[in-house]
Design a protein around this ligand. Structure first.
Ligand SMILES: Cc1cc2nc3c(=O)[nH]c(=O)nc-3n(C[C@H](O)[C@H](O)[C@H](O)COP(=O)(O)OP(=O)(O)OC[C@H]3O[C@@H](n4cnc5c(N)ncnc54)[C@H](O)[C@@H]3O)c2cc1C
Length: 307
């Protein structure tokens, strides 16, 4: 463990792991910290078909490959949840994680996003007992059963298709009368005989006893409610940035994302952002990796100039 690293990367998703490769190959001393498992959101993604070089790969497999690669050039890795960041007068960044403290000349924030909650009765009560945010983690528990998927974007449709290969029936509940997902995903979903759609509807309550038995949905046009009998509810209604801990640094926008310039620098010298936590248009693995490369190069230049 170094006293002061050139760079500390917070988060080991595709953005953090790519930063690690670029920074350690440039001979920087690098520490990458992760609060859960290396991979980030990729760990809850069944099939990835749009990361260059892999026509099809599972999220956990790509996570493992990236993690092995990220350590190849000397990055140190440690488990740890950063709870706050302070900046000393000499511009050294001090990162607090439980009773541990880490110091670095530069920091890359690669903390990504996490699933939004529905906030309806039954959601918390049945979490891990029928309510899930991760088909690849929990899908197998519903083999030959019926599930409901909430949402109409890429993640919802991708994961509904994955689930349709395991369960008997998938019902997609979407608040509009058309999907937001890419056309290729929509076509695949429409072709599946065991995927049904409930349009213009929002979930209002998840019911059950020990585990989920049904979900109540309300039609937003007619206001009618109906009960759908189901064994599981998979929720994909969007993401929130994991940036609360940086609030006191004054670098967040109104939605909690972090604006940067084209070098992925924040307004604080030596603090960079890569991946989904950044204010940007397209949040994907390939764009997170792209950010990781740029942020690492910017951190390298910053350290060179500040010596
Ligand atoms: C269900 C689903 C399916 C998807 N499918 C695809 C797809 O097919 N193709 C595609 O390109 N993209 C897909 N995506 C999007 C893609 O996964 C994300 O854009 C990408 O993972 C973002 O990478 P990231 O490194 O910015 O953040 P993340 O992957 O979110 O990783 C951030 C990491 O930081 C860690 N972290 C957060 N806070 C702290 C802290 N305080 N201290 C330490 N560590 C912390 C987290 O635990 C996490 O591991 C999908 C996403 C989901 C949810």
């Amino acid at each position: 463990m170094k006293e002061i690293y050139d760079l500390i990367i917070i988060g080991a998703g595709p953005a953090g792991m790519t930063s690690s490769i670029y920074a350690s190959r440039a001979n920087m001393s690098v520490l990458m910290l992760e609060k859960k498992y290396p991979g980030g959101q990729m760990l809850s993604t069944a099939d990835i078909e749009n990361y260059t070089g892999y026509e099809e790969i599972s999220g956990p497999d790509l996570s493992e490959k990236m993690f092995e690669h990220s350590k190849k050039f000397g990055t140190e890795f440690a488990f740890g949840e950063i709870s706050s960041v302070e900046i000393e007068e000499n511009n050294i960044k001090v990162l607090n994680a439980g009773d541990k403290q880490y110091k670095a000349k530069s920091v890359i924030i690669a903390t990504g996003t996490e699933a939004k909650l529905l906030g309806i009765p039954g959601e918390q009560e049945f979490a891990s007992r029928g309510v899930s945010y991760c088909a690849v983690c929990d899908g197998a528990f519903f083999r030959n059963k019926e599930v409901v998927v909430i949402g109409g974007g890429d993640s919802a449709i991708e994961e509904a298709i994955y689930l349709s290969n395991i369960v008997n029936k998938v019902t997609i509940v979407h608040r509009r009368d058309e999907l937001r997902a890419q056309k290729i995903l929509q076509e695949r979903a429409f072709q599946k005989s065991n995927i049904e759609f409930v349009w213009d509807s929002i979930p209002v309550e998840i019911k059950g006893e020990r585990t989920v038995n049904s979900i109540i949905v309300k039609n937003v046009k007619t206001e009618e409610t109906k009960e759908i009998v189901t064994n599981g509810v998979f929720i994909y209604i969007g993401m929130n940035p994991q940036t609360e801990i940086f609030k006191d640094l004054g670098i967040l926008d109104n939605f909690g994302y972090i604006p940067t310039d084209e070098h992925l620098a924040t307004k604080l010298p030596g603090v960079f952002v890569a991946g989904d936590a950044r204010q940007k248009e397209i949040r994907q693995i390939v764009t997170a990796a792209n950010d990781g490369a740029i942020a690492a190069q910017s951190a390298y230049k910053y350290c060179e100039l500040s010596i």
